[in-house]
Design a protein around this ligand. Structure first.
Ligand SMILES: Cc1ncc(C[n+]2csc(CCOP(=O)(O)OP(=O)(O)O)c2C)c(N)n1
Ligand SMILES: [Mg+2]
Length: 296
């Protein structure tokens, strides 16, 4: 996949291309990484041929050299016929094809470093790698947000059409379990695996009862890194460690946020003042900016 959640080799190729053929592509924020010239695309000097069934997409985000409003299948079929007649097959063994192979091999070598790490607890990279090794090739994998989505789009190979069910750039938390149930009902003969983060899991966990009630056999994998860690990473990248604020409840032995267990055990809440002094109030450690060592 291309873009900020994708594999950097494609951005490297698209920003240096002479001509780019885009089919059914909205050039949405995640596809582009950034609308700044030269990050993912360089129009012009790169010349864009854009095929889309929606006329509003042509020229919407980038200047287009040739815009074609058409059904993708029909347009590609027509192009293939023309190319067959032209017969330019020499590029396959050419320098540019070699460059693509080199970049692809570089990317796979980069990924391989993260596959077999012995990190405890297991990392999402290792989880995805081992899950992928274990699954049949026709497995339908459902994913939606956070690190699992980003990493699946980067490093989880899909072999067959319609086996990657994703929320795309919307990254809608809460999508995967209902979507996986629907997918399994539609394709009972195919294995369906739902891969989701712990934050996302909490949004739709109640749908597990639907799965049980209707006996829908899906595999459900929760990557529990104890918080909205992709959001924390974005905050740290944009603002620095000091301003990161994440929904984790414990830091080592220290209660960081509301101690709900203690509240539940100790007090029957009738009014907010009952929280006072019981670990439930907004203590000083709830302020943003206490994660990690302070930087000056
Ligand atoms: C409905 C919805 N609300 C908020 C967001 C913004 N958002 C994107 S990822 C994320 C955190 C996801 O947490 P988790 O599933 O634990 O994954 P992690 O970030 O830890 O990898 C949030 C809040 C979203 N994508 N969808
Ligand atoms: Mg998480």
């Amino acid at each position: 996949m291309h873009g900020c959640q994708g594999q950097y080799l494609w951005s490297e190729l698209t920003r240096s291309a002479d001509v780019l053929l885009a089919v059914g592509c909205r050039f949405a924020d995640e596809t582009t990484c950034s609308y700044r010239r030269g990050v993912a695309f360089f129009f012009p000097p790169t010349r864009l041929i854009h095929i889309d069934i929606d006329p509003h997409e042509i020229g919407k985000n980038y200047p287009t050299e040739v815009g074609i409003v058409a059904d993708a299948r029909a347009a590609l079929g027509a192009l293939a016929l023309v190319l067959e007649d032209l017969g330019h097959r020499d590029w396959i063994g050419g320098a540019y094809a070699g460059e693509i192979h080199r970049l692809r091999a570089e990317w796979h070598a980069f990924l391989a470093q993260h596959h077999n790490d012995s990190h405890e607890p297991v990392t999402i990279s290792t989880l995805l790698y081992e899950t992928h090794v274990a699954l049949p090739r026709n497995t339908l994998v459902v994913h939606s947000s956070g690190s699992t989505q980003a990493q699946i789009l980067q490093k989880f190979p899909f072999y067959e059409p319609r086996t990657c069910l994703t929320t795309g750039g919307f990254s809608t938390m809460g999508f995967t379990l209902p979507a996986a149930l629907g997918a399994k009902l539609a394709r009972p003969e195919q294995p369906v695996v739902d891969i989701v983060g712990d934050g996302d899991f909490l949004i739709h966990v109640q749908e597990l009862s639907t799965a049980v009630r209707y006996g829908v056999p899906i595999v459900y994998i929760v990557a529990n890194n104890q918080g909205w860690m992709s959001i924390r990473d974005l905050q740290m990248a944009a603002l620095g460690d000091v301003h990161a604020f994440v929904s984790d409840f414990m830091r080592g032995d220290e209660v960081y946020s509301l101690d709900l267990t203690r509240i539940a055990a100790e007090v029957r809440l009738l009014e907010p003042s009952h929280l006072a002094g019981r670990g439930g109030g907004p203590g000083p450690s709830r302020r943003p900016g206490r994660r990690g060592p302070r930087r000056r």
